[in-house]
Design a protein around this ligand. Sequence first.
Ligand SMILES: NC(=O)c1ccc[n+]([C@@H]2O[C@H](COP(=O)([O-])OP(=O)(O)OC[C@H]3O[C@@H](n4cnc5c(N)ncnc54)[C@H](OP(=O)(O)O)[C@@H]3O)[C@@H](O)[C@H]2O)c1
Length: 250
Amino acid sequence: MDLGLQDKVVLVTGGSRGLGAVICRMFAAEGARVGVNYCRSRAEAEALAGGIGSGRAAPIPGDIGREADIAAIFDRLEQALGPVDVLVNNAAHCPGGPLEKYTRAEWEHTFAVNVTGAFRAAQEFILRLRARRAPGWIVNIASTSAFLGSTSGHLPYDASKGALISMTHALAREVAREGIHVNSVAPGMVLTEMVAKVWEARKEQYLARIPLHRIAQPEEVARVVVFLASPAASYMTGATVDVSGGLLMH
Ligand SMILES: NC(=O)c1ccc[n+]([C@@H]2O[C@H](COP(=O)([O-])OP(=O)(O)OC[C@H]3O[C@@H](n4cnc5c(N)ncnc54)[C@H](OP(=O)(O)O)[C@@H]3O)[C@@H](O)[C@H]2O)c1
């Protein structure tokens, strides 16, 4: 199936490593040009963009939780590869621990990256799409924890992913008639740095809850993200697609 992504310009926040890096490579394989946003992982972002090739990918620095960086991220990407057609809100902060551990600052930082950052990126993107009367695609990377919570103590993160899904609905309704599609993906457990340690420590407990009885490889989530970000998903907006091996069914 041709996804219609040839030469589309894609911004993947937190694209330097983990799931984001796999999403970047998969867009590039579909012929898209990719902005690999990074906050701390500059070397990884440069290596990833370099591997895809100049003119096809660019490392884009910027802290998604920092107001001053949002417009600058889009400016840099436009200068490097052209106006943006697809935004993947993938960057996330995931602190761990029991509820008594969290400070207000930790809660606020989690929301600043996972919710406010995703909102500001979407807002900036939509305003730029409107200015050129172009259609667009937004995919927000949520989590099954938005619906189920976590058994390993990630309360601010879980709540932030719930907010991201609510924001997906509100945004999707508001911009649908402008040809802008907004959807979410809710992964279960995916083998990246974010969960590698907890997975090893509690593998049997997690396996018992996952009907497919294994953890996802990032590619299995990335495929769904790329599809949702393409004209091939033409009748989808406001959806949250579970990619959880059956951990969540609804
Ligand atoms: N792994 C899972 O099991 C799982 C399950 C459900 C949902 N998810 C979601 O999938 C997405 C990717 O997660 P992952 O597993 O790949 O996590 P990860 O390996 O921990 O990577 C996190 C990514 O977020 C970026 N990031 C963090 N703070 C940032 C900021 N302020 N500005 C820009 N980038 C920032 C990091 O970039 P730098 O290194 O450059 O700072 C990194 O690329 C997240 O939205 C996560 O919530 C993951």
